[in-house]
Design a protein around this ligand. Sequence first.
Ligand SMILES: [Zn+2]
Length: 146
Amino acid sequence: MARRTSRPSRTARPHRHIDAGSPCPCGLPAVYGECCGRFHAGTAAAPTAEALMRSRFSAFAVEDEAYLLRTWHPDTRPSRVDFDPGMRWTALEILDTAEGSAFHSMGTVTFRAHYTHGGQAGDLHEQSRFVRHEGVWVYLDAVFAD
Ligand SMILES: [Zn+2]
């Protein structure tokens, strides 16, 4: 990944490296502004658990803390999300989904999220649980993660 050319800003910088015309970090063949960017901006809500999973991965990639917190179930939501400045989320693979459609109130998504950390490639393999809360999909917890 590119080396930093400026000192880290002390203020939050949402949408790091990404603008509306960039390829969406979630990997769907769409630009950010027409894909996960709509959910981050609050102009649309993720219709399925998989769409929410993709939008939360993208939110980690662009460091949109507010979106991550508002799509986290209140029972499991942390008070804040700390972004590691050495971390770059690079790609998301959806491996499996169960339920989580417009007709369900719960769903699981199994995925592999690829990253580089300090220049070293790695990945996170996780099955996440999502529930519908006050009409919209939110992240509940990880069933397993390795
Ligand atoms: Zn997307």
